[in-house]
Design a protein. Structure first.
Length: 118
């Protein structure tokens, strides 16, 4: 049973930093794209960043480009999201996602809350 467990959220002042972690277990993740999404209160879930498990190629939403960095440690089966220069509008629950197209597989964590005060 694949499990994704996020951690590292918390309360931080605007301009501060946090590092989120997503510990993956219960399977092998070769061929997966690992992604971070977020959902702010009253808004739809939105894509934040992705990284390929094998090659490490990355892609970011425009709203976080230059401030957030996604990385992975394949030995630890963990994906990270470094959040820098945080803004109040970054306040959201951040979710980890593992996705594979063929065969189709899609897993979600339960999320970790990030609150940025002004």
């Amino acid at each position: 049973q694949v499990q994704l467990v996020e951690s590292g959220g918390g309360l931080v002042q605007a301009g501060g930093s946090l590092r989120l972690s997503c510990a993956a277990s219960g399977g092998t993740f070769s061929g997966f794209a690992m992604k971070w999404f977020r959902q702010a209160p009253g808004k739809e879930r939105e894509f934040v960043a992705r990284i390929s498990w094998g090659g490490g190629s990355t892609y970011y939403a425009d709203s976080v480009k230059g401030r957030f960095t996604i990385s992975r440690d394949t030995a630890k089966n963990t994906v990270y999201l470094q959040l820098n220069m945080l803004k109040p509008e970054d306040t959201a629950v951040y979710y980890c996602n593992a996705h594979r197209a063929i065969p189709s597989m899609d897993y979600w964590g339960k999320g970790t809350l990030v609150t940025v005060s002004s």
